[in-house]
Ligand binder design. Sequence first.
Ligand SMILES: [Fe+2]
Length: 206
Amino acid sequence: MTFEVPDLPYDYSALEPYIDEETMRIHHDKHHAAYVNMLNGALEAAGIEGKTVKELITDLDSVPEAQRGAVRNHGGGHFNHSLFWEVMGPVNGEMSSELNAALLDAFGSLDDFKAKFQTAAMTRFGSGWAWLCSVNGKLEICSTANQDNPIMGSEYGGCGKTPILGIDVWEHAYYLNYQNLRADYVTAFFNVVNWAEVSKRYSETL
Ligand SMILES: [Fe+2]
């Protein structure tokens, strides 16, 4: 079986004015599609089939060395973007009481959480992601380079934690609308976080 780009769970224009339609079209239809195509090509070359993308990127040592880098980069790209589309939406959705309590416990206030998340997104030099992760219900913020993900092993840039929210800080995620102003994009991002989806992902880590 080969991987496919999942449909967006909303219209391309649904996140405007915070994320513009053209950015969403290019990001989803071109960038995400490229990761999926390259992943499929690497798996075919490696003779690997029947694994989920999560299984692949959490066990990169089992991928032949010749394709390991491609599976890390493009499998990570597929996994990361699939999460990204789902944790955003045209409405914020309701945060569960469990997630709200965990955010307050970890960061003191929602504003303090946002500030720390923004710092992680701003201090990721070059291309990468900032994440809110759950470790058995305890929340932590981290960031990864390129298309690495926290669920990857430490030798691949991960930390074994489970991401429940992530922001793509590659320039392709914001450059058309925000140019070099990553901070404005990161600030706007909170207007399109689907807290109901993030809460669901949090509950699965408990
Ligand atoms: Fe991206």
